[in-house]
Each structure stands twice: as C-alpha cells, then as structure tokens.
Design a protein around this ligand. Structure first.
Ligand SMILES: [Zn+2]
Ligand SMILES: [Zn+2]
Length: 261
C-alpha cells in the first residue's frame, strides 16, 4: 500500500474521558495500544488533561506498554494554560519525568469557550476581538517555557465563527514566539468532528508554520480507543505534499524525528 512507508505517530491521546473520568484500567490501556498497533503507529503518547491528575496512573501505563515492544509508548500531559497559573503547572510537571507537555488554551478571561453551552456566545461576541485575545494567551503559553508543544493552535474556530481580520495576522505573534522557542505544533484531527469541520490548524496556517520552519507533531485528541490515529494518515500525506519531511515525537523531552518520505 502506498502509505505504508509513512511513519505514524499519535501524540495527543486521552485515556481519561470527559464524561466518565474513572481511573483507566489495564484493559482500557490495552484497547488503545491494540488500536495503535492495528493502525501501524510507531509511537503513541498519552496526554491526559491536568485536571484529572488524581486519576492518572503512569506506572500502570508503563507496565502495559511492555506487552507492546514494537510501539513506543510515551507519557505526556495536556496542561490547561492560564497566565496566572504558571506556578501550578510548573509544580505538576515536576512531579513526573514526562516525555512531553502540551500547553493548551481552552479558556481565557474566565470564558471557557470550547464547550457546547458557549456556542451562542461565539456568534454574539466580536470575532476579531476574541480571536485576538485567544492568540495573545497562546503567545503567553509559548513564552512560559513550560511546554514542548502547543495544542490545537486555532481551537478558537471550533464553532465555525471566523474573524474578519486575516488569521495569519492574528496568529503572527504566537507563531513568532513558537518559532523562537523551538516549540512544536500539532496537526490535531479532532476539529473535523466539531462544527468547523476542519483540522486544527487550518491549511493556510499549516503552510505558514512550515514556511517559518516550525516542526509538526500529529494528534487525534482521541478520548476513546477507537479514535486513536484517526485521519493521521491523511494528515501525513497532506504534510508531505506541502513539503514537510518529518514529524516529531518525544522521549524525555527530547525530539525524535519520523520521516514522512
Ligand atoms: Zn485540548
Ligand atoms: Zn486533548
């Protein structure tokens, strides 16, 4: 098969789901790793939300991972970035030797913007204003020095409301900081299953990111085993078409490059 030489990874996987945040069992972990193996992934990274910290069981992931010698199983964290909580995040990161840490903005100025209940507010508010503010907070996340990766760069579009200003202008400062700091951006396929119905980030941003020499990783944002690796072959192919030659995984905060050609 044409794509079989593409090396694949999924670095944004949640074991602990939003609706049923019980502790993951060995069997749950096996289901994820089975799906990753079935899809031919070389590397999978669990990055649960920091607010489920008490339910996380890293030794159990390590233990089950030993049953899958052909799959690199990484442990990361998706940290909720709020500018006034850098100390809290720093403290969490110090508790475990993470392979990578994703900094994500799902909330700013007290507005949790990515939940269904807030969709109407996206239509009511000034899109240029809230996109601008969102990217300011993303810039602060990139400046914080806490993260290896910035999650779903243009998540603010999830309900399909677009700014009048050019997205490249709105994201400019964030991209400059991300490039300066050597941070990685993910192509996160979950956006396709939201009202906006496209990957994070959109294609123009993907092309701009490439032009600026920022490297990519891949993530499904799976919250259940069957979503692991979803659409990532397509993304790998898209990246290769626009001239990206590798994607990045992580081990103990060090970048590992996987060739796309
Ligand atoms: Zn997220
Ligand atoms: Zn996530």
């Amino acid at each position: 098969m044409l794509l079989s030489f593409l090396e694949m990874l999924d670095m944004h996987v949640h074991l602990i789901g939003h609706n049923n945040p019980q502790e993951a069992t060995r069997d749950t972990i096996r289901e994820y790793l089975e799906e990753a193996s079935r899809r031919g992934l070389k590397e999978i990274g669990f990055a649960d939300h920091d607010y489920f910290w008490d339910q996380m069981n890293f030794p159990m992931i390590r233990e089950v991972a030993e049953e899958y010698p052909n799959l690199a199983v990484r442990i990361g964290l998706e940290a909720e970035y709020r500018p006034y909580e850098e100390e809290r995040i720093k403290h969490l990161i110090e508790q475990f030797p993470f392979d990578y840490v994703i900094g994500s903005v799902h909330e700013f100025d007290g507005w949790i913007f990515d939940i269904q209940e807030e969709e109407h507010m996206h239509h009511k508010k000034d899109a240029d204003e809230f996109y601008g503010r969102y990217f300011e907070v993303v810039t602060l996340a990139a400046k914080s020095g806490l993260f290896t990766t910035i999650g779903h760069l243009d998540l603010i579009k999830l309900f399909g409301v677009r700014p009048k200003k050019d997205i490249l202008t709105l994201a400019d400062q964030a991209l400059t900081t991300i490039a300066e700091r050597g941070l990685i951006l993910e192509v996160n396929t979950n956006g396709r299953y939201k009202p906006v119905a496209e990957f994070y980030p959109e294609r123009r941003l993907i092309e701009e990111i490439m032009r600026r020499g920022i490297e990519f990783t891949l993530g499904s944002d799976a919250h259940c085993a069957k979503v692991v690796g979803r659409d990532l072959e397509e993304v790998s192919q898209l990246l290769r078409q626009i001239g990206v030659h590798s994607v990045v995984g992580f081990s103990k905060l060090e970048k590992i490059r996987y060739k796309l050609v």
